[in-house]
Write a protein that binds this ligand. Structure first.
Ligand code: ADP
Length: 399
């Protein structure tokens, strides 16, 4: 099941998006709704709240008196923490239950409508994060005019949330809602058809998205770093301790003129970890199926350089995942090569010229990768000399 996180600032228009996705067959799990459900009469969280906060936060007919509870926790961090200690586990439990039930029922796409997705650092939990993006002034206007909220309340609520920049950073998809609701619906329909539905199909069948056979090189795309960072957050979330390092490598990490492929290197303690069922299951569920038969790098020292190789399922992102043992020559080389290119302009110029020469000769994907090897081999000594001179080490290089 494709798990989508949907967020946006208050008044951005999330409801339009979740409603439309539900009409198109997705199961929507609404975080605000669940937060209200878990404190309805008869819910266990309600008894705990009474125990901690007393009868004063209840109405005479036994329902939760939200304004009264609000006054008690407002400006009292300890009380707020205590309240959240009761409500949050109930909310997470029910959310997980709903998602599991949807999966059980064979749902292809589940949407978690989660206003605080960014504030809670949850982006890595989803296959895809959609952010509804609407200018702040427009949101204030809509909250005041359409939801009857006092202007100062609208502003203070907006100020208490994550910033637009923070939300954009985790967005795999930005849905602009400064236009009409109809425009937004059209954008959602297109997104579903072009990306969500094929992504869900690929995920269900573990079908990898492969780069096109033609080699098309691109100038630097400023979004490569963001794409890599979002994918790394997902891998970290799914793999936990199974991955020791996860780094953005290759030309898009430099960044420089390149095929628009996000290469990531997952460092494991031993390739046996990469072959374990826990690792393989996490990769399949995350949407990164293993590609069998690609299990060697081109060695630069005569000894075998083993690896494992996975691709992504998102039709909009070309993702290559190289799993290597931390500290192995192949693992080290990938980081060294990137750092050398980052550091040396002349290296980037030479490498670009070689790429252009090969691309112009009309090579296809596999041939192109192979044809680059002599250049790598020739550069090998130069790169190692650079590493010695600069005292380079792969530790702490980061992504
Ligand atoms: P959120 O759930 O993100 O807080 P809503 O979906 O409730 O925000 O949208 C805020 C208000 O703006 C609602 O009254 C909604 O009907 C209205 N709205 C949403 N999109 C548009 C739009 N494109 N143009 C005008 N009003 C809109």
């Amino acid at each position: 099941m494709l798990r989508i996180g949907l967020t946006g600032g208050i008044g951005s228009g999330k409801s339009t998006v979740s409603r439309r996705l539900a009409e198109l067959g997705a199961v929507v799990v609404d975080a605000d709704l669940i937060a209200r459900e878990v404190v309805e009469p008869g819910e266990p969280a309600l008894d705990q709240i009474r125990e901690r906060f007393g009868d004063g936060v209840f109405t005479t007919d036994g329902a939760l008196d939200r304004p009264a509870l609000g006054r008690v926790v407002f400006g009292d961090p300890q009380a707020l923490t205590a309240l959240e200690g009761i409500t949050h586990p109930a909310i997470w439990g029910r959310t997980a239950q709903r998602l599991a039930a949807a999966q059980e029922a064979g749902t292809a796409i589940a949407v978690h409508d989660m206003p605080l997705l960014v504030e809670k650092g949850m982006a890595g939990e989803y296959h895809l994060v959609l952010v509804v993006d609407t200018d702040e002034e427009e949101r204030v206007h809509r909250l005041v005019e359409l939801r009857g909220m006092p202007q100062d309340e609208a502003r203070s609520r907006i100020a208490a949330q994550a910033t637009d920049e923070e939300r954009r950073a985790v967005a795999d998809v930005l849905l602009d809602n400064n236009g009409s609701p109809e425009d937004l619906v059209v954008a959602v329909d297109r997104l579903r058809q072009e990306r969500l539905a094929p992504f869900a199909d690929n995920l269900a069948t573990s079908t990898a998205v492969r780069a096109p056979h033609e080699v098309v090189l691109h100038e630097v795309d400023p979004d490569w770093a963001g794409q890599a960072a979002r994918e790394i957050a997902r891998l970290r979330h799914r793999l936990g301790d199974l991955a020791v390092t996860v780094d953005h490598i290759g030309s898009t990490a430099v960044p420089m003129y390149a095929k628009p492929i996000i290469d990531l290197q997952i460092g494991v303690t031993d390739l046996a970890v990469a072959d374990s069922s826990a690792f393989r299951q996490a990769m399949v569920e995350g949407g990164w199926p293993r590609i069998e038969g690609i299990d060697q790098d081109s060695s630069k020292d005569g000894a075998p350089w083993p690896k494992r190789y996975h691709l992504g399922c998102d039709p909009a992102v070309l993702l290559h995942l190289h799993v290597r043992e931390v500290g192995s020559p192949g693992w080290r080389w990938a980081v060294l090569f990137r750092d050398w290119l980052r550091s040396e302009e002349s290296a980037r110029v030479d490498y670009r010229a070689e790429k252009e020469r090969l691309a112009a000769s009309g090579l296809r994907r596999g041939e192109y990768a192979e044809a680059k090897e002599p250049w790598f081999d020739a550069a090998h000594e130069r790169i190692e000399a650079w590493a010695r001179e600069t005292g380079w080490s792969p530790e702490g290089q980061g992504a």
